[in-house]
Design a protein around this ligand. Structure first.
Ligand code: ADP
Length: 627
């Protein structure tokens, strides 16, 4: 559309066509700021953008927003002084670059040509690029990715900000050069780095390699380096563009994982235990080298084989059941013992810890850790066998002991009757024929009476002995101090006759049968009085505790017992003296021994320092819980 009257004063029709075909908005104003000329684009833009029909005679200020008019007037005053101005002028959502060019006549500026160019899109594009660059920088920073560019014809090198940081420089701190880049490569990697670049320059192929850098601060960093070449329109190499990705943390992690793996591998491989990994199909996926020493198999013999290859047939079913249970029910490791089949067809007893790690990422297997317990198992078996034998023997012994005791009891009981008969007939014989017998005959009868009395005593002693441990009385608390008093009472006459003294210390209360303790102390004190020396007897009774045991001593100053007989005196009917020296049957100490053994104790005798004997017996300490 041609604005009415717009071209009335145009110098020529051609000029008007030219103006309308330019891509710029053109306006010409006079010193009164009135529009004297404008092109079609100016007219259209004003109509669309500010909803105004521009026409000749309007001032340029009429096209501006009210608040900008004063500023604009001043601006044009300046342009009319001959100074060209270019401003950025936003209108609505568009931006214009406005050039104000003074048009001079002779010396004075008569007109100003205003040319407006819509730069909205260029500005947006610049902003867009700026944003992209910012994003790129941030991305480089976050990723630890630095980039560089080498312009091949000019030799100039550019480093990104992040590349500077990777090298421990502030961005732009020092000029980037190829030499500085190479001098930062680890000495052992320099040759490879140069070869890699050269190869890319020769072939035009991109590269990817790992290098170590030594930064300005002397830190070593691992880098993943990639690069490509670009070519100009004539196909000549123009640029080499590369990136450096800092993979130090990843490398260190890899290294520590590798080291850790090596450690575990060494531990597993050096372990005397055999470690097996089994998958969900019961196939052995890993076998440690201990298999060779333990079972004679190389790991490669077993890997890929079924687990049951290693089970001794008799244990197979139980093991399969245990495994099914472990897999379905338990996450806790299970410890089990079984016989493992060796390569030579024999078996080895092993103890295994079986843990279910099926479904656990990274391991997904059943782990079996088995150790050799063959010797222990054999010893256990032997021990079991011996135990069984021992138990059978103990049973036999108890039986024969009981039998023996029964026999002694019955025999002595039954012997009493005929013995009584012998004694009474001997009595009658002596009474009736005493006068008619000569001395010899009377002496024989006396000896026969004496013999039968003695036999009676022996039988009674035997009966006493066999009764020990068969008493009806139940064990109770027995105060040994009280027992000593009873014994003193029993021997009061003898004590008086011999001028004996009995010193008793504080004695314990024990759990036993009163009758036993009385018999025991009575026998020992009785012997001390009987086997006295020329001195009046001095008897000391004392007690000492050793852990859970009381040791009771009865010491005398009598004739003493030669050490070589210290064991024999406790045998039944064993005497060291004839009857003419000391009365007795030799049963007393045997009864003492039997009593002490009923309580799990022992009895012994040793010589006293000043002559005489010390009898010691042990008896368990009465515990709180016993009460
Ligand atoms: P008995 O006194 O009836 O002979 P014992 O069994 O009590 O039987 O003693 C066995 C033997 O041990 C005694 O014959 C005696 O020789 C010796 N004997 C026992 N007690 C003492 C003692 N206190 N001093 C010396 N000898 C003793």
């Amino acid at each position: 559309m041609k604005p009415s009257g717009a071209y009335s004063s145009l110098p020529s029709e051609l000029f008007s066509i030219l103006l309308d075909n330019t891509r710029e908005i053109l306006l010409l104003i006079n010193r009164d700021l009135e529009l004297v000329l404008f092109n079609k684009l100016a007219f259209q833009t004003a109509k669309e953008l500010i909803k105004k029909d521009i026409r000749q005679g309007m001032t340029i200020l009429d096209l501006a927003d009210e608040d900008k008019r004063d500023w604009m007037r001043l601006l044009y005053e300046e342009v009319f002084t001959g100074r060209e101005k270019i401003i950025r002028y936003p209108v609505r959502n568009l931006v214009f670059k406005v050039s104000m060019i003074p048009v001079s006549g002779i010396g004075v500026v008569d007109y100003v040509l205003i040319s407006c160019e819509n730069v909205t899109y260029e500005e947006e594009a610049v902003e867009h690029i700026r944003n992209k660059q910012f994003l790129l920088q941030q991305a480089e920073r976050i990723a630890g990715l630095g980039s560089w560019e080498w312009d091949i014809p000019s030799g100039t090198v550019l480093w990104s900000d992040e590349f500077y940081r990777i090298m421990d420089f502030e961005p732009g701190e020092t000029p980037a050069t190829r030499e500085l880049g190479f001098s930062s490569v680890h000495p052992e990697d320099v040759v490879r780095a140069e070869q890699t670049l050269q190869n890319t320059l020769d072939t035009g192929e991109p590269y990817e390699t790992e290098l170590r850098l030594i930064t300005r601060k002397g830190r070593m960093k691992y880098m993943l380096c990639q690069g490509v070449v670009t070519r100009d329109k004539n196909g000549r190499l123009s640029k080499l563009i590369g990136t450096f990705l800092d993979i130090t943390a990843k490398k260190q992690l890899e290294e520590s994982i590798y080291n850790q793996n090596q450690r575990f591998k060494t531990l597993i491989e050096k372990s005397a235990d055999l470690i097996l990994q089994v998958n969900d199909e019961r196939l052995i996926t890993y076998c440690s080298p201990a298999s060779e020493k333990m079972l004679g198999y190389l790991p490669s013999d077993l890997e890929g084989k079924r687990l049951k290859t290693l089970a001794w047939p008799e244990d197979l079913e139980r093991l399969q059941q245990e495994l099914v249970e472990l897999i379905s029910n338990s996450s806790e490791p299970k410890v089990t013992e079984y016989r493992c089949m060796k390569k030579d067809g024999t078996f080895l007893w092993v103890e295994a810890t079986v843990s279910n790690h099926l479904g656990v990422p990274g391991i997904n297997s059943i782990v079996i850790n088995q150790r050799d317990i063959h010797h222990r198992k054999e010893a256990e078996e032997l021990l079991k066998e011996l135990n069984e034998q021992l138990q059978a023997r103990a049973k036999e012994l108890t039986l024969s002991n009981t039998e023996l005791e029964k026999f002694a009891y019955i025999a002595s009981h039954d012997l009493q009757e005929p013995l009584r008969m012998v004694s009474s007939f001997l009595g009658l014989l002596k009474k009736k024929y005493n006068e008619s017998l000569d001395d010899k005959g009377r002496q024989y009868i006396d000896m026969a009476v004496d013999g039968s009395d003695r036999m009676k005593m022996l039988i009674n002693d035997l009966l006493d002995y066999s009764r020990v441990g068969r008493e009806r009385e139940v064990p109770g608390l027995v105060d040994l101090n009280e027992i000593v008093e009873i014994v003193k009472e029993t021997f009061s006459k003898k004590i008086q006759e011999t001028g004996a003294t009995i010193h008793a210390g504080m004695l314990p209360v024990i759990r036993a049968r009163k009758i036993h303790m009385t018999q025991l102390l009575q026998n020992l004190v009785g012997n001390a009085l009987k086997y006295r020396s020329d001195e009046p007897p001095v008897i000391r009774i004392g007690a000492a505790q050793e852990n859970d045991t009381w040791i009771i001593n009865v010491e005398d100053n009598g004739i003493g017992i030669p050490e070589k007989f210290s064991g024999e005196v406790f045998n039944i009917f064993q005497r060291l003296h004839g009857r003419s020296d000391f009365e007795g049957t030799g049963i007393g100490l045997a009864i003492c021994k039997k009593i002490v053994e009923v309580y799990g104790g022992t009895i012994s005798v040793s010589p006293a320092k000043q002559g005489g004997s010390i009898f010691s017996f042990t008896i368990p300490v009465q515990k709180e819980t016993d009460a």
